[in-house]
Design a protein. Structure first.
Length: 135
């Protein structure tokens, strides 16, 4: 199973319409087409939907180097409310150390406007993945 297969099997993200588009060492891109189910009572994309989109991009970038990585912390800043269109989350590695790495994820609307910024620190497990692990 490839890393893309692994994230394509993320039932929560897939169930919310999040798709991993591409990834490479320390980077990833995910997309989500806004649907009615993503909107909150004010008619804009609910914060949890934005967090889910960013979290999948972060996870793919953090696990792209062959070591199992899990989030130590995450925070998101909401910049602009949107109600329709496609959102893109672009994850970039900010720093990489032996046991920790930092990532920034920009979520943008179709017109390129910044919608939210997500930051997370990953803990990189010491052991290499076993042959039965997908990462």
């Amino acid at each position: 199973m490839t890393l893309k297969d692994f994230f394509d099997n993320d039932r929560f993200a897939v169930g919310n319409g999040v798709k991993l588009i591409e990834f490479g060492e320390g980077r990833a891109i995910a997309e989500m087409q806004i649907e009615e189910k993503h909107l909150n009572g004010a008619g804009t994309v609910q914060g949890g939907a934005l967090f889910t989109l960013a979290d999948l991009a972060f996870a793919a970038a953090a696990n792209s180097r062959g070591k199992m990585a899990v989030s130590l912390d995450a925070n998101i800043s909401f910049i602009k409310a949107v109600s329709s269109g496609k959102l893109t989350a672009t994850a970039s590695e900010i720093y990489l150390r032996r046991t920790v790495a930092g990532y920034k994820v920009d979520i943008t609307a179709e017109n390129g406007e910044l919608v939210a910024v997500f930051n997370s620190t990953a803990y990189r497990k010491e052991q290499e993945p076993k042959k039965t692990d997908v990462l």
